[in-house]
Design a protein around this ligand. Structure first.
Ligand SMILES: Nc1nc2c(ncn2[C@@H]2O[C@H](COP(=O)(O)OP(=O)(O)OP(=O)(O)O)[C@@H](O)[C@H]2O)c(=O)[nH]1
Ligand SMILES: [Mg+2]
Length: 224
């Protein structure tokens, strides 16, 4: 494909920990086109973002549960090596992980308010990229998150990350078997990928699918 993410345009815009401030920004940008990365702590959301959007744009944590804010970034697309100026700026969001047990009650309350504010106000032209750990897929907190997500109408991709850590063929086969089961169970999940943010496996396919989503949303908005 000729289109690609223009990594050099990836820019950190805001780190939002205040729900009112977040709500204001989301309400001011109702037709923002973009994608949002969600998943349990430590599954590799920030690493996947770095692989897709340029080195070290998102902070990778040594300790799980580090990303406590909703981080908003912008980027543009390139076509045949040139930045496409007549396409708008797109956005991506690095969300704090769910299902982390070690945070205080107060922190988890704030997390909940922040996440609810996000999902209730974010532009509907936002792709949800749910990342799960390929070694521990479909955990209780993942299932709970999907129950929550089901109530909205976002196109969703599912990424099983860290496949480089699956050493045995048996583990890979089990994961492959899970694919049709999950597709059936999570009907709002449009596409499922197996990735390694570290080794870059599967990332090119994800990039292609993301770009195709963004361009589709652009066309949709143009025709409205
Ligand atoms: N082997 C391997 N390690 C990975 C991969 N992706 C991420 N990691 C490692 O997993 C750890 C967590 O990665 P992050 O990208 O910070 O995870 P996160 O989901 O953003 O974590 P929180 O922000 O805390 O929710 C880091 O030590 C990464 O280097 C991968 O594909 N393979
Ligand atoms: Mg992170």
């Amino acid at each position: 494909m000729a289109f690609e993410i223009a990594r050099e345009t990836s820019t950190f815009r805001y780190g939002m920990s205040n729900p009112e401030q977040l709500e204001q920004w989301l309400k001011d940008n109702p037709s923002a086109i973009g994608l949002s990365f969600v998943g349990r702590s430590n599954v590799g959301k920030s690493s996947t973002i770095n692989t897709l959007f340029g080195n070290k744009i998102a902070k990778v944590s040594k300790t799980p549960g580090r990303t406590r804010e909703i981080n908003i970034f912008s980027f543009k697309l390139k076509n045949d090596g040139k930045i496409v100026e007549d396409l708008p700026e797109f956005y991506f969001y690095d969300l704090p992980g769910y299902g982390h047990a070690e945070v205080s009650k107060e922190m988890s309350k704030n997390w909940e308010i922040l996440m609810t504010t996000f999902f209730q106000n974010i532009s509907l032209h936002t792709l949800m990229v749910n990342i799960q750990d390929a070694r521990h897929p479909n955990q209780k907190s993942d299932q709970e998150f999907h129950q929550f997500l089901k109530g909205f109408n976002f196109e969703t991709f599912l990424l099983f990350n860290k496949i480089d850590k699956l050493k045995k063929q048996k583990e890979r086969a089990a994961l492959n078997k899970l694919k049709p089961v999950l597709s059936k169970e999570f009907k709002w999940v449009r596409q499922i990928y197996f990735t390694s943010a570290e080794k870059k496996d599967g990332i090119a396919q994800v990039e292609e699918a993301i770009i195709s989503y963004l361009l589709r949303q652009r066309e949709l908005l143009e025709s409205m």
